[in-house]
Design a protein around this ligand. Structure first.
Ligand code: C5P
Length: 231
């Protein structure tokens, strides 16, 4: 088992505006997080999946309900980086840690297999890799009074999506060097690999289905897309 996955699935989903954290919201009869766990579990060369949750009992129920034999649940939370860090340390503590680790969000129900395979191969070759998409809208930076400070040239940038993959030692060392302050500030693993391990991730163009469920309207998209993709 040389490839493992860490799935951050903690957090309170403030932007969703729901009482239930988004990872547990029912989509077509099943909790949202089930979809990506099943997708990862079904990949033959995926040896194991560590899902990081803040409500352990609830996540264990999801995993039991879907009979996900490769998935283990561990306690995380605080921030996305903190959640991934405990997942990576859980793998590091194993007798036989993986060679490559995939990171995929619990809030991204669709895992395109082609993209997943590509980021794993590119991570083996370059140390790190991640799926990206072209920007739909231009990114601007406001100053403290909400006046335009800077406007980026859209064609020169990408949105960083998931899945991402890393040589295991790269992600482990990146998180060991990541300060607590940093872990609460940023969200991007590729940035940590660059900053702390000087590994420049290979960016792989992904598909539109890689999107993350973030706001209420994303649930409607998920409800329309998922029945067509599963079974
Ligand atoms: O909040 P956002 O949509 O950026 O979260 C991306 C992913 O990170 C989600 O799958 C979420 O469950 C996870 N996360 C986490 N721990 C946090 C915050 C977010 O595992 N404290």
């Amino acid at each position: 088992g040389r490839v493992a996955a860490v799935v951050p699935a903690a957090g309170s989903s403030e932007r969703m505006g729901s009482v239930t954290p988004k990872q547990y919201i029912e989509v077509c009869g099943r909790p949202l997080v089930t979809y990506c766990l099943e997708a990862l579990q079904s990949v033959e060369w995926m040896s194991r999946v560590v899902v990081v949750a803040d409500d352990l009992a609830r996540m264990r129920e999801v995993v039991r309900g879907a009979a996900l034999s490769k998935v283990t649940v561990i306690q995380g939370g605080g921030s996305r980086h903190r959640s991934i860090r405990v997942g990576v340390e859980a793998l590091a503590a194993e007798e036989d840690p993986p060679d490559v680790v995939v990171v995929h969000d619990g809030a991204r129900p669709i895992v395109p297999l082609h993209t997943l395979a590509q980021v794993v191969v590119m991570a083996q070759r370059h140390g790190a890799a991640g799926a990206v998409r072209s920007l739909v809208s231009t990114v601007v930076m406001p100053d403290a009074q909400d006046f335009l400070e800077e406007s980026l040239v859209r064609s020169q940038y990408r949105n960083s999506e998931m899945p991402q993959a890393f040589r295991f030692g790269v992600l482990r060392d990146a998180y060991r060097k990541c300060s607590d302050e940093e872990a609460d500030y940023g969200t991007e693993c590729l940035a940590l690999a660059l900053r702390h391990c000087r590994v420049k991730a290979k960016l792989v163009p992904g598909t539109p289905q890689l999107w993350k469920v973030t706001e209420e309207k994303d649930l409607e998209v998920a409800r329309a897309l998922l029945p067509r993709l599963t079974r």
